[in-house]
Ligand binder design. Structure first.
Ligand code: ATP
Length: 314
């Protein structure tokens, strides 16, 4: 295959491994992301998401594994991958004492873009930044900084966006605006891989890839992942729920108990055992019903399973 042979996969990497001295940060990860889709990249802190993203875009050489990003070989063609990719790192880097326009102009110079002025104008306009173009970037609120960062990584019209926790510390309205923008870009043909710790954001993705301890634990659509977890969940509501979690957490068959707003969820793999636990915690001040497990419930269960697998085999 020539480096730019057409493929319907924006990312096609297999067996990616990254070792840092004795530590295996990424341990045999495969990702096949079709063009035009938005995939969520999830996993606990330190699970290897950033390291994987950096290998995909050619910033970090894998210890083992191979693959292509936008048709280019990740081991040999990193310069071409970088040109065709927009990578938003966890800490957006821009110049705090330059204005929004000056920052974008600087990025346009880095990419040696022709018609720099026009590209900056268009980017400002598309992302709703025109009226703020002369504001100093360092004084912007979190949401506007993030919008600037998105502008900076999309201005050179990449085909793939790699976004590493782009909405950390951003308020709910700004997060919603950001996701509207992501879906607009995706509709225009851009492929997006976005790492996040927010479940509501995961649910906005076409598909989710979940990593733990450097290994891919599961991937699929939200409903598939919930089904795969094999969890049963019961929900308690009412004024008495606050006292229940501590007691129920230690009952046989209850893998975990967690509050979702004013309700308590208990989950485990066996309905009978949960029903027994619920019967023991029934009272005047609480009403129970079986509900669909949340994505968070499913991840906690899959994580626990992966954790015990590791202990069993390791
Ligand atoms: N340059 C490095 N040198 C040594 N260890 C590293 C390096 N980069 C990452 N690691 C380690 O590799 C593991 C995976 O880190 P990584 O940043 O990829 O995880 P992550 O899933 O992105 O975490 P987070 O959600 O906190 O951003 C961690 O244990 C981290 O400490």
């Amino acid at each position: 295959m020539s480096p730019s042979a057409p493929t319907n996969l924006a990312i096609d990497v297999r067996g990616l491994v990254k070792r840092f001295d004795d530590k295996v940060a990424v341990d045999g990860v495969d990702i096949q992301l079709p063009q035009g889709q938005v995939w969520g990249f999830l996993g606990p802190n330190g699970s290897g998401k950033t390291t994987t993203i950096r290998m995909i875009c050619g910033l970090l050489r894998p210890s083992a594994g191979e693959g292509r990003c936008l048709g280019f070989d990740i081991l040999k063609d990193s310069a071409r991958i970088k040109r065709a990719t927009g990578y938003m790192t966890q800490k957006f880097s821009f110049w705090g004492d330059l204005t929004i326009r000056e920052n974008l102009d600087f990025v346009a110079r880095l990419y040696q873009m022709p018609n720099r002025r026009r590209s900056v104008d268009e980017t400002l306009d598309t992302l709703g930044l025109t009226h703020r173009q002369h504001q100093v970037a360092g004084a912007l609120s979190g949401g506007w900084k993030q919008r600037l960062a998105l502008a900076a990584v999309t201005m050179h019209q990449p085909r793939l966006l790699l976004l590493d926790e782009p909405t950390a510390g951003v308020d709910p309205q700004a997060r919603r605006d950001f996701w509207d923008e992501i879906h607009r870009l995706s509709t225009a043909g851009l492929t997006v891989l976005v790492s996040t710790h927010y479940m509501d954001e995961a649910e906005r993705c076409d598909r989710i890839v979940y990593l733990a301890n450097g290994k891919l634990i599961t991937q699929g659509q939200v409903a598939d992942i919930i089904a795969e977890s094999g969890l049963i969940t019961f929900r308690a509501k009412g004024p008495g729920v606050r006292e229940l979690a501590e007691v129920l957490r230690h009952q046989p068959g209850v893998d975990h108990a967690a509050y979702f707003g004013a309700a308590l969820h208990i989950s485990g793999p066996e309905r009978r055992a949960l029903q027994r636990a619920v019967a023991g915690a029934d009272g005047e001040n609480v009403t129970w019903e079986e509900v669909e497990p949340s994505l968070e419930d499913a991840f906690i269960a899959l994580m626990a399973r992966a954790g015990s697998d590791k202990r069993d085999h390791g």
